[in-house]
Ligand binder design. Structure first.
Ligand code: CO
Ligand code: CO
Ligand code: CO
Length: 306
């Protein structure tokens, strides 16, 4: 076993031979958008993301379904599964089975199996002093999803965010592997800062976020000001706030940087020498990537927001 429960990462990793290690992960949740076909795509992109975050290639998947068949039209489930299937095809992943149960609340997700060279596993724990941090998708999907549930989000924003969440982290992962990268994770429920805290815990280093460089989805700030903040944001804040230093005079940054993401981007700690070429290659592929901060030597393991 290379990665297990002692040091949990984005996925578990088990060495089969000197050439091959197996990656396993599972993820499922309740709908984040109204359209079942798009929800299926988002759930699949989200489940695959942990394999990409480890620097691996997903190969096999199984569906996990909880469905209220007495209250809901079966056509909804068919559309969800079609969305999941199309996303798997795009990723070159084969669906080999699944399991469904009757439940009051609809849930969908997948277990995913992938492969990686045992010496090329990228964990969340390898960052080094001087590394630059690259984020590959803008943040704010939690706030936008709250606005969608409240029927407030504009159609333009709904379409943009839906596509963003359904976007695979595959290209970003493939490009990252061409460079000297020390650590990587994908941004999901703990928000930008929560996932950063996981990366620096136990390293004796700190992370500096240059808040002006962090891409935030247009409208997310405005909705946050209106109080459209998901409950998860406050849970994340309670858990990690003591380990954050807000130097920028903008309290709303905490709401944005603790916002739980659905199928968020990769957060990559790149060697400083490689970071700009990596960023350039990501942008060439149309990925909305930015260098958002750096890793510094410190006495306390904290995230500093400048
Ligand atoms: Co993850
Ligand atoms: Co996960
Ligand atoms: Co079964």
């Amino acid at each position: 076993m290379i990665i297990g429960l002692e040091e949990p990462d984005d996925a578990g990793v088990y060495k089969i031979s000197d050439e091959i290690a197996l990656i396993q992960t599972v993820d499922f949740f309740t709908p984040v958008v109204d359209d079942p076909y798009w929800f299926g795509q988002i759930a699949a992109a989200n489940a695959l993301s942990d394999v990409y975050a480890m620097g691996g290639t997903p190969k096999l998947a199984m569906n996990l379904v909880a469905f209220p068949s007495k209250e809901m039209d079966i056509a909804i489930l068919q559309d969800i599964l079609k969305g999941g299937m199309d996303k798997l095809k795009e990723a070159g992943v084969i669906l080999i089975g699944g399991h469904s149960v009757e439940d009051k609340e609809l849930k969908y997700g997948l277990s995913v199996t992938g492969f990686v060279h045992p010496e090329r596993v990228i964990t969340k724990r390898g960052l080094k002093e001087g590394d630059l941090l690259i984020l590959t998708k803008p943040i704010g999907t939690g706030i936008i999803n709250t606005a969608i549930k409240g029927g407030i989000a504009s159609e333009k924003t709904v379409i943009y965010v839906t596509k963003l969440m359904a976007e695979l982290n595959r290209k970003a992962s493939e490009i990252m592997l061409r460079f000297n990268v020390h650590a990587c994770t994908d941004i999901t429920g703990f928000g930008l800062i929560g996932h950063m805290e996981e990366m620096i815990y136990g390293t004796g280093l700190s992370i500096v976020i240059n808040s002006k460089d962090v891409p935030v989805i247009a409208e997310a700030r405005r909705y946050a000001e209106m109080g459209l903040v998901p409950a998860g944001t406050y849970k994340n804040m309670d858990f990690w706030k003591d380990r954050v230093k807000l130097e920028a005079k903008d309290e709303l940054l905490l709401i944005l940087f603790f916002d739980p993401q659905t199928s968020g981007g990769l957060l990559i700690a790149s060697d400083r020498k490689d970071a700009y070429s990596l960023l350039e290659d990501l942008k060439k592929e149309g990925i909305e990537a930015s260098i958002i901060g750096e890793v510094i030597k410190s006495k306390e393991e904290v995230v500093i927001i400048k």
